[in-house]
Design a protein around this ligand. Structure first.
Ligand SMILES: [Fe+2]
Ligand SMILES: [Fe+2]
Length: 528
């Protein structure tokens, strides 16, 4: 029985955790993870332990949805205290590193006045020695530049922080995960494995290739019988792949919700920003069952937590030709390398710059520039994409905004006219401190923070993009409206919300000009 061929059940989900917090680039990549641990997560746990009721009340207040509060019942506060103690003990090197970064920045603020930086090296905190270079821009603004590949090889990158929780999709919206550590739960299989562990690849490959309980138990290093029983509950004798997950002729695009598009021809498959539901009985969405067995390229548009999503990416490892990742600025505090991050998690990666091309059978992908949506921080790890497949050209615009629509004229001049344009219109995004607070070593005022938002295009900017691209069809997407994203997105819109009004204004603008336009939600299919 334990050697019988088995598949992973359709509804199996994984939650990747670091010290029990949500695992994403800014909590995993060592420089940013250290800053988030020291300046966001530890203070938040301390604040919770001071007054758990305040955190619980705030977590349950719809007005504060998406705020940074710990949503854990008071009777489990001892577990939170244990977690905080273990972080302070076992992650002391990360906390020291974060403090050293803040000191290094302060050293530059006071001493880097345009003169030689060499005398500052001996004054740097020792934790930074060998891992940073100091440099001015041409305007004499000095910054610390991290030699990021070395930081991954230093004691600050601790894979022992990583673990996964495996369970079955519950069928309701999971609680907001960005601020609340996930504690153990009796029906959840918890494995202390680094995300790159081969056993996880074996487990998720069992969606498309049979294995056995015994083989998986060994691959995942499960000695405990109770845990093995939980593992058995994730397996099924039947594969769950949808019969129409591949196509025989022509081309097809399917919208899987949020920023995820699956583009297919008989020869190739390209998936953008995968964030995919496992709720295969909901019936109102495409799920992991609808993915082709092999994906030539996964395109990552940028590093935000709703676009590079480990809970889906880990499910795909082993079935991907390469993940295409935009090149970062190499060492800026605010701009971790997406490629390094993914490589350290065991993914095959192709790193691209603007206008780099990646071939696919019967087509190509071209990286195109991405403007804005990062609170005016110098973040280069972002890209839109031009995809040519089965005779159609598609522009994957993600959250890029139309701050300067002339950019899109260059894209058209360089690449031609696009058939389908996918545009993000989250035009009133969160403010600077919501996402980047832990990285800001100099305080910013609320007014300053609120003036710098994570915003995509409004109606006027989206219209200007369409004018410049000359696309014949426009699809507004990536609005974070689907309920299976709630644990990461925490967005709430209604018909009176600014974003929805702007989308409707844009749709009217399109229809006045004979441009077919839609606001995508949950699922959609194009077939030709
Ligand atoms: Fe974004
Ligand atoms: Fe987004």
């Amino acid at each position: 029985m334990s050697d019988a061929p088995m598949f992973l059940r359709s509804k199996a989900i994984v939650e990747p955790l670091v010290d029990r917090f949500f695992g994403w680039m800014h909590t995993v990549a060592p420089v940013q993870a250290s800053m988030n641990l020291a300046y966001l997560q530890v203070p938040m746990l301390e604040s919770y332990l001071q007054s758990p009721q305040v955190h619980i009340a705030a977590s349950n207040n719809p007005e504060l949805r998406g705020g940074f509060f710990v949503n854990i019942a008071e009777e489990r506060s001892d577990e939170v205290r244990d977690l905080l103690d273990s972080i302070k003990r076992d992650r002391a090197a990360m906390i020291r590193f974060a403090n050293a970064i803040a000191e290094g920045q302060e050293l530059l603020r006071v001493n880097a006045t345009g003169f030689d930086l060499t005398p500052l090296y001996p004054k740097l905190p020792p934790e930074l020695n060998g891992l940073v270079e100091l440099a001015y821009d041409t305007d004499n603004q000095a910054a610390v530049r991290f030699i990021e590949p070395l930081v991954y090889k230093s004691p600050v990158y601790m894979e022992s922080r990583q673990s996964v929780q495996l369970s079955l999709e519950p069928g309701y919206e999971r609680p907001f995960i960005l601020s609340t550590p996930r504690l153990p739960s009796p029906d959840v299989l918890e494995l202390p494995l680094p995300f790159r562990h081969d056993g996880l690849k074996e487990l998720f490959m069992a969606r498309v290739r049979p294995t056995s309980l015994n083989a998986l138990r060994e691959a995942l290093e499960i000695g405990d019988d109770a845990q093995a029983a939980l593992l058995a509950g994730l397996l099924s004798e039947q594969p769950s792949g949808a019969p129409d997950r591949h196509i025989e002729a022509g081309g097809r695009v399917r919208y899987f919700g949020h920023a995820c598009l699956v583009m297919q021809s008989p020869q190739a498959a390209v998936v953008t920003d995968p964030f995919i539901s496992a709720d295969s009985t909901a019936g109102d969405r495409y799920t992991l069952d609808d993915l082709p067995d092999f994906i030539d390229l996964v395109l990552i548009t940028h590093g935000h937590q709703d676009h590079i999503v480990l809970e889906t990416l880990l499910q795909l490892r082993g079935r991907i030709g390469a993940v295409v990742a935009p090149r970062s600025s190499r060492g800026n505090l605010e701009d971790p390398s997406i490629a390094l991050y993914l490589k350290n998690l065991g993914f095959p990666v192709v790193e691209v710059d603007d206008f780099d091309e990646v071939e696919i059978p019967g087509g190509k992908v071209v990286a195109t520039p991405f403007l804005g949506e990062h609170c005016d921080l110098d973040i280069r790890g972002k890209s839109t994409y031009w995809v040519e497949m089965a005779g159609k050209a598609m522009f994957v615009g993600a959250d890029s905004s139309g701050i300067d629509p002339v950019l899109y004229r260059y894209i058209r001049e360089h690449l031609g006219q696009v058939d389908l344009a996918f545009l993000g219109m989250e035009c009133d995004g969160a403010s600077l401190t919501w996402l980047y607070q832990a990285l800001l070593t100099k305080p910013v005022t609320k007014k300053m923070s609120d003036s710098r938002k994570l915003s995509g295009s409004n109606a006027e900017q989206a219209a200007a993009i369409m004018t410049e691209l000359g696309a014949s069809e426009a699809y507004v997407y990536a609005m974070g409206e689907e309920d299976w994203l709630g644990h990461v997105m925490a967005t709430t819109y209604n018909d009176d919300t600014y974003q929805i009004k702007q989308i409707n204004e844009f749709l009217t603008w399109c229809s006045d000009r004979g441009i077919h336009a839609e606001h995508l939600f949950r699922q959609r299919e194009w077939r030709w």
